[in-house]
Design a protein around this ligand. Structure first.
Ligand SMILES: Nc1ncnc2c1ncn2[C@@H]1O[C@H](COP(=O)(O)OP(=O)(O)O)[C@@H](O)[C@H]1O
Ligand SMILES: [Mg+2]
Length: 438
């Protein structure tokens, strides 16, 4: 019987590496590095194999990063263990990495790692009391380019938490959208078909765009907004550009696709001669069923004016849910005021009074009132209360330090014209009955 020897890795050894990988898995060892990473390192970094005859019986794969080298894979077939192969493999891969001038060589191994001896005999020290943390980055490198071309981006991770109040809407979206999409396997076990497309409707400024982004953030999926008005300038025409955009979106692994003010391209098809937008509406009606067949993405359409939408557009089968986003209740308004009032003064402001006085205000109205109160208070403190007159930066800063007071907010509220009139809100309530689907 020939004996084993160590040599450099060749591409022809990939099958052998796969076999080693499977033999590890078969003994219930969960390797730290993914197979794709190990294979990439075999080709690009440093790898040695132990062979007996033609058979790969062991392998060590390393990767150098600045001053530190990492062993990303070490495996020996079970029937070859206990012969010092692991120790030799470690020595060989270390030699290969030596020209990098490493000052530390590390290995992160599963807890069930049995070749502790191999590491110890190569001078490694087993570190106690360490913890391994891992987070999967949701977007893969190869997706970044198509995502960039689409103007898509990864949003901050805390947008969902930052949606103040709106508890009912949040709970509904969490249950109907986020749960089945984020826990796709579990949903499948329960026979839940994950949603693919939803409409958010409600008066302007109630937070539809905010929610669309928050959903993307919550799912950790890229956010891709489709702007029909920008596509209109495309030489292929709006319908053609829309089709092309959705083909590009199909290349992405995951995405929340957002079309705001969708009534602009999906309004009632009527009139003689037909509106030039009719072709676009038809195109969108064709795009949605195809979009629905691809997992891992969600189309969110928003509209301020749902009754203007083409009836075919809202028909069952295109959109899973048609969700109203209404004006904030008192709890939501309180949360928003607490968010918008600077932390340094919030305790001195009568927030409950502001909450009362802003019934019927949209989040956008509240934000506007809060900002203008802050601006006024700042101007008043600096120019009117003697800050500048008495001279000196110190006194300005002292005056400003007081911040806005309840009266500043009440004044600003009094001067804010609410965006959503009573009439518009009544129509919205009718729309919920007639068209809402949750
Ligand atoms: N629940 C919320 N908490 C905090 N700010 C909000 C909330 N909803 C909306 N806003 C703010 O109000 C403004 C309008 O919201 P937006 O999502 O653009 O409304 P819509 O898309 O329905 O017209 C934005 O500046 C947004 O940051
Ligand atoms: Mg909007």
């Amino acid at each position: 019987m020939t004996t084993w020897r160590i040599r450099d890795f060749h591409s022809a050894d990939l099958d052998g590496i796969l076999h080693l990988w499977e033999s590890l898995k078969a003994t219930n060892v969960e390797p730290v590095y993914a197979l794709s990473e190990v294979l990439a390192s075999c080709e690009k970094d440093h790898a040695v194999v132990a062979v007996q005859g033609d058979q790969v019986v062991g392998a060590a794969v390393g990767r150098a990063a600045h001053d530190q080298g990492w062993i990303v894979f070490l495996a020996t077939l079970p029937e070859y263990r206990g012969r010092g192969i692991g120790t030799s493999l470690l020595a060989a891969v270390e030699n290969r990495m030596a020209p990098h001038g490493l000052n530390k060589l590390s290995a992160l191994m599963p807890e069930s790692e049995t070749r502790v001896e191999a590491f110890l005999s190569r001078g490694f020290v087993l570190k106690k009391n360490l913890r391994y943390f891992e987070r999967t980055i949701p977007v893969q490198r190869q997706e970044l380019e198509p995502l960039g071309l689409l103007g898509g981006r990864i949003l901050a991770r805390d947008l969902w938490e930052n949606v103040a109040g709106m508890r009912n809407e949040k709970e509904l979206l969490e249950r109907r959208l986020v749960l089945p999409l984020a826990e796709a396997d579990l949903a499948d076990e329960f026979g839940v078909v994950p949603p693919r497309a939803v409409v958010l409707f409600g008066p302007p400024g109630t937070g539809k765009t905010t929610f669309a982004k928050a959903i993307a953030s919550r799912l950790e999926w890229p956010f891709v907004e489709v702007f029909p008005s920008r596509l209109a300038a495309d030489p292929k025409g709006l319908a053609g550009a829309l089709r092309e955009t959705f083909l590009e979106i199909a290349e992405l692994e995951h995405a929340v696709v957002f079309i705001d003010e969708v009534e602009e391209i999906a309004s009632q098809r009527s009139g003689e001669p037909p509106s030039p937008l009719q072709g676009v509406t038809n195109e969108l009606l064709k795009i949605i069923p195809a979009f629905r067949e691809q997992p891992g993405r969600l189309l969110v359409c928003a509209t301020n004016f749902i009754r203007a939408l083409d009836t075919a557009f809202l028909r069952h089968g295109r959109f899973d849910y048609v969700i109203p986003i209404g004006l904030p209740d008192s709890e939501a308004r309180r949360a928003m005021w607490e968010r918008f009032i600077p932390a340094t003064v919030v305790d001195d402001v009568d927030v409950e009074l502001l909450v009362d006085r802003t019934e019927g205000f949209s989040p956008a109205d509240i934000e506007y009132a809060a900002r203008s109160a802050s601006q006024r208070a700042l101007e008043k403190a600096v120019y009117d209360d003697g800050g500048l007159a008495s001279g000196g930066d110190v006194s300005i800063r002292e005056a400003v330090r007081k911040g806005p007071a309840t009266q500043d907010y009440l004044d600003a509220i009094g001067d804010t014209r609410t965006t959503v009139s009573k009439e518009v809100y009544e129509l919205f309530l009718e729309d919920i009955d007639a068209l809402g689907r949750v």
